[in-house]
Design a protein. Structure first.
Length: 328
């Protein structure tokens, strides 16, 4: 509601610095009357949508509000009617159900989506502009009232997300796309076991949606922890490299900040992680190209890191082609 024309701003993009898409707006919650100017970092899709809204704005005033003081329920009804009408069908858009949607529901959904990702609580605190991280923790951890219900909801979403990711990895395995990384052999053996269960009975193989097969996958999914560039199968804390490095072998959760997925025996790499490693290789290449001749020690260090990243990419590509990938 506070977005104005020309509020879009790109930053970064030079060298290894990533591009940031920002929107200039106002922070009003907990602020004096009128609010204060503030920036939000958004995804490229949101940035493009606001750019389009700016182009479609009929007000010639360069400081005009993009959307005005709008009535969200009315706008949502119009949007849903458009998507469910001939225009949406022509574009192949999925129909939207008739359940009511409010801005409060959208904010809660966004909080949940942020909370169950790696580092999600801190991301929720920053993006939702909470006064302190304790407020964000209250969304997902403080006992009692709405916070406890949200914690249960986040946990449920995490379980469903893990089950969906493992089912996708299992379907990839059945299509010849193997995981890579130090934990690949163990995960492939698990998939072999599931396949053995599917074909053990007389008759055609059971689908992945079969309750017995789904229970096998669900138990394994309970050990999955997402990392930025790998899956962590935290089945045995004693084998977790991060806990060994931290000197806490009995912890009940992995330490994401100390993860080294190229050496941990419980880490796997999948095709969905390839863009992260590819971007890391690109950034390292740019950094190496910018070093002077005198920085030979730093050059050797970065070249060794680049070789490690390229090795991971090669293993992901080899495994995706159906070749064995049981070595790091």
């Amino acid at each position: 509601m506070e977005l104005r024309r020309g509020c879009q701003r790109r930053t970064g993009g030079s060298g290894a610095e990533p591009v940031r898409y920002r929107l200039r707006s106002k922070l009003t919650k907990g602020q004096p009357l009128g609010g204060i100017n503030d920036d939000w970092v958004v995804t490229q899709e949101v940035f493009r949508a606001i750019e389009l809204a700016d182009r479609l704005c009929l007000d010639d005033d360069p400081n005009a509000l993009l959307f005005g003081r709008f009535n969200f329920p009315h706008l949502y009804q119009c949007f849903r009617a458009w998507v469910n009408g001939p225009a949406g069908a022509r574009l192949g858009l999925a129909p939207i159900g008739g359940e009511p949607v409010t801005l409060r529901m959208l904010r809660r959904t966004l909080a949940i989506e942020l909370a169950y990702r790696p580092g999600g609580l801190l991301a929720a605190k920053i993006h939702l502009r909470h006064v302190s991280v304790a407020t964000a923790e209250g969304y997902a951890a403080r006992p009692g009232g709405a916070q406890a219900r949200l914690l249960a909801e986040v946990s449920k979403h995490e379980q469903q997300r893990n089950l969906t990711l493992l089912t996708q990895a299992y379907n990839d395995y059945r299509q010849g796309v193997r995981p890579a990384g130090p934990g690949a052999r163990e995960l492939i053996e698990f998939f072999d076991t599931v396949d053995g269960h599917r074909t053990s009975d007389v008759g055609p193989p059971k689908p992945a949606s079969d309750p017995a097969v789904r229970n096998l996958i669900a138990r394994r999914a309970g050990t999955l922890h997402l990392q930025a560039a790998n899956y962590c199968w935290f089945a045995d804390p004693a084998r977790a490299l991060c806990l060994k490095l931290a000197g806490t072998p009995t912890a009940d959760r992995p330490m994401a900040g100390m993860c080294d997925s190229t050496r941990c025996p419980q880490a796997t790499h999948h095709p969905c992680h390839r863009p992260v490693w590819h971007e890391q290789a690109r950034a390292l290449t740019v950094l190496i190209g910018g070093l002077s001749r005198r920085q030979s020690t730093e050059r050797r260090r970065l070249q060794a890191e680049l070789a490690r990243v390229q090795h991971v990419i090669a293993r992901i590509d080899t495994a995706a082609s159906g070749a064995p990938s049981d070595t790091p």
